[in-house]
Design a protein around this ligand. Structure first.
Ligand code: NAP
Ligand code: G4F
Length: 352
């Protein structure tokens, strides 16, 4: 049987690395778009990155395609050459706070990027199946306490606005050009491979460093924001399942539970034998370890956003019905997975 061929854009990121592992297990030939950088940026996929460009000798490994979502020419050349059956577009400037600092770049990659890929699919091989990584940030501070596929978007950051454009472009190419193009509207999902400047990984790494006396305090921003945090590894399997459905469609993926940043600090603290209690208000609030009476957490207003999304909580019942999927990893388990792995990574001087 001929093997299926997938192109993952964003393969060096958290999700791209899990998806690549999953597709390789499914016997796919996996090509991954990697950006040129002056320092290695393939830490998350080094264990499955081929040293060869030849599909035959790259069995069970990723073939690297140098590229960038900013270049239509580059995207077209890759698609024309490898003729994938499926394209997963996970590439993005994915940090909400940073998008306020580089809005134009964020729009170029996050909003126009999907258009460049879909236009190339339309012109080169319209039977390619396309998955767009959309975001729960598109809902913004919603009037609905729980958000699903029918909830109105209310994007409140350059990142969220750009993702909303990517979402609609995906739907347009599906409706107008009959391309199999689906949106996966993902609520926050985390793992040991999460980027260091997202709050969960930052908390885990920061508290371990406080514990190891490598630093005195961990500085954070808005402690009261609530997020629906799932496990990234599970969400990547859903991406593949969505492209195996008979019809392209849009699905929310979420756990239907949410916790605050403060809850996350307390849970990660507990795994590390801290007992964090809170004192003070606003920017003067501190988190203190009750056992030692030492301040561990401080607030730095730098981490506040011009407009933060205060609460996200997803209803994924449409997905549960379509592919019989339910989340397996609880919040508590996710925190433990992240803390345990981070301790191991630090011991081995490794950073994902
Ligand atoms: P991530 O770890 O930040 O990975 C982003 C990937 O995009 C990296 O491989 C990055 O490459 C690549 N990339 C950045 N700019 C690019 C460009 N100009 N051209 C090509 N590739 C580029 O993000 P993630 O957490 O895996 O998320 C995957 C996707 O899902 C993203 O689109 C994100 O916006 C979306 N999403 C994520 C979540 C979440 O909670 N994780 C929730 C909803 C939606 P480098 O490694 O070279 O930087
Ligand atoms: O971890 P975060 O930076 O993730 P955020 O902004 O929710 O975005 C993530 O999830 C989206 C899906 O909803 C994705 F589309 C997006 O790509 C990304 O993966 O922040 C979570 C919350 C925010 O409310 C933030 O204000 O944590 C709060 N927070 C508090 N202190 C902090 C910090 N966030 C960061 N990054 N750093 C802090 O020190």
């Amino acid at each position: 049987m001929t093997k299926k061929r997938a192109l993952i854009i964003g393969i060096t990121g958290q999700d791209g690395s899990y998806l690549a592992e999953f597709l390789i297990k499914k016997n796919y030939i996996v090509h991954g778009m990697v950006r040129r950088s002056s320092m290695p940026n393939t830490q998350r996929i080094d264990h499955i990155l081929s040293t060869s460009r030849d599909e035959e000798s790259s069995n069970k490994k990723i073939i690297r395609e140098y590229g960038d979502l900013s270049s239509s020419e580059n995207i077209q050349n890759i698609i024309r050459r490898i003729k994938p059956d499926e394209i997963y577009n996970l590439g993005a400037q994915s940090h909400v706070k940073v998008s306020f600092e580089i809005p134009e770049y964020t729009y170029d990659i996050v909003a126009v990027g999907p258009l460049r890929v879909l236009e190339a699919i339309k012109n080169i091989k319209p039977n390619i199946k396309y998955l767009q990584a959309s975001s729960s940030e598109m809902f913004g501070n919603s009037e609905n306490n729980i958000q699903n596929e029918n909830t109105q978007f209310n994007p409140e950051s350059p990142y969220a606005s750009a993702k909303t454009l990517g979402y609609w472009t995906t739907r347009n190419y599906r409706d107008n050009f009959k391309i199999f193009a689906s949106n996966v509207i993902m609520f926050n999902h985390e793992s040991p491979r999460r980027g260091l400047n997202f709050v969960t990984k930052k908390i885990v790494r920061g508290l371990i460093e406080v514990k190891n006396k490598k630093r005195k305090y961990l500085y954070l921003g808005n402690l009261n924001a609530k997020r629906d945090w799932g496990y990234a590894k599970e969400y990547c399997e859903v991406m593949w399942k969505m492209l195996q459905l008979k019809k392209a469609d849009d699905f929310v993926i979420a756990t239907n539970t949410h916790y605050s940043v403060r809850d996350f600090v307390e849970a990660a603290g507990k795994e590390l034998n801290f007992e964090i209690i809170w004192k003070g208000k606003g920017t003067k609030e501190v988190g203190i370890d009750k056992k030692t009476n030492k301040t561990v957490i401080k607030i730095d207003p730098y981490y506040f956003r011009p407009n933060d999304v205060q609460s996200l909580l997803g209803d994924a019942s449409k997905l549960y019905k379509a592919i019989k999927w339910k989340p397996k990893t609880s919040f508590k388990k996710l925190v433990k997975i992240m803390v345990d792995k981070e301790i191991e990574l630090i011991k081995n001087h490794k950073i994902y």
